[in-house]
Design a protein around this ligand. Structure first.
Ligand code: GLA
Length: 335
């Protein structure tokens, strides 16, 4: 098919009866990818600019400029915004956990800093964010451990998670509140996420959804694993959102660095994967309330620096030149 001669449909319009289609953006991409964003996406997430280190680098000094710019762009183009993220072990400044002498802060102090951060940020964007990732990646990857040994957990205990949701709900009772994590379809991690979220639901904590990051690749997870995960999370009676989707052309163990272009075989596999992913997501449209890609086009992706620094990757449905890839056609051509 000669793509230039056919009209390219808008991705979000194709999916408008299913779920919003989102992209993670930064202050460069809202300019460089403006056309793609406006045409194909109706939801935005800030890639980094709403993380604690960006919004409150120094205690009491809030820096909202970049986030505000994204909101202005979203408002101008009728896009919704997902908030990412309030409480995380990464990209959170040390001052949260230390007193003026650098010693570990008390439980009371940390809780009051948590409340102040959440309440200031959530209230500022109240009514403008449909879903918040309240807690990100609290589960441990170690098979002998349930929760990750973060500073939040060390100082506040398991209760830090419930507290974060309570503070966020108090600040914006209308926003839907999510627990977000990766390797979410891996059988053991899935059970831990399920157990955590179920315990929150059982305690009456205001949590409304599970965020599946969906940093997937050509080989894993299998469609069957994703289906099992969707069923399990859906059984909690909460919403599900796909929050950070990308499809790496490399298997996790593959540390090759010699490729200048993706091979034909990689692109074909990627097309097939995208088609299968979206067919499956569409089946679950009653519970899936948003699908966000962790970027826009192959020109820029965090995967070009992770897990192998400087190794280019091509994880999206738009290529390095902002043109649609065959994988794009696979997800817009409805069966
Ligand atoms: C995690 C976080 C995201 C982002 C990615 C890497 O998935 O949730 O905010 O930092 O890692 O880009």
């Amino acid at each position: 098919m000669n793509e230039k001669s056919v009209e390219i449909p808008s991705l979000w319009s194709v999916y408008q009866n299913h779920f919003p289609i989102g992209a993670a953006v930064n202050d460069i991409s809202i300019r460089s990818d403006k056309e793609l964003l406006v045409k194909h996406f109706n939801s935005l997430t800030s890639e980094n600019d709403m993380k604690p280190v960006s919004l409150q680098p120094v205690e009491g000094v809030f820096t909202f400029e970049k986030a505000d710019k994204m909101f202005a762009f979203a408002d101008k183009n009728n896009m919704k915004v997902r908030g990412h993220t309030l409480i995380w072990h990464n990209q959170t400044p040390d001052w949260f956990f230390e007193d003026e002498r650098g010693a570990q802060v008390s439980k009371e102090k940390l809780l009051s800093r948590m409340e102040s951060h959440i309440s200031t940020v959530v209230k500022r964007y109240k009514g403008r964010i449909y879903s918040w990732d309240v807690v990100n990646e609290a589960i441990s990857d170690d098979e002998n451990e349930f929760l990750r040994k973060s500073k939040w957990f060390e100082i506040l205990g398991e209760d830090f998670i419930a507290k974060a949701f309570e503070f966020a709900h108090k600040a914006d009772p209308e926003a839907s509140l999510f627990y977000n994590d990766y390797n979410e379809c891996h059988p053991e991690k899935l059970e831990k996420i399920y157990r955590l979220v179920k315990s929150l639901v059982d305690k009456g904590v205001p949590i409304h959804g599970v965020g599946l990051q969906a940093h997937w690749n050509l080989f894993k997870p299998t469609i069957e694993d994703i289906r099992i995960a969707l069923e399990r999370y859906a059984s909690l009676g909460l919403q599900i959102q796909i929050t950070e989707m990308d499809v790496s052309v490399f298997d996790w163990e593959d540390r090759r660095t010699d490729l200048k272009e993706p091979t034909e075989q990689m692109l074909e596999m990627q097309e097939q994967r995208y088609e299968e992913f979206f067919d499956l997501l569409k089946e679950y449209r009653d519970v899936i309330t948003s699908v966000t890609f962790w970027g826009v086009s192959d020109k820029y992706t965090w995967l070009s620096d992770f897990p192998v620094p400087g190794r280019k990757n091509w994880p999206f449905v738009f290529d390095d030149n902002h043109e649609v890839k065959n994988s794009f056609w696979k997800i817009v051509n409805q069966k």
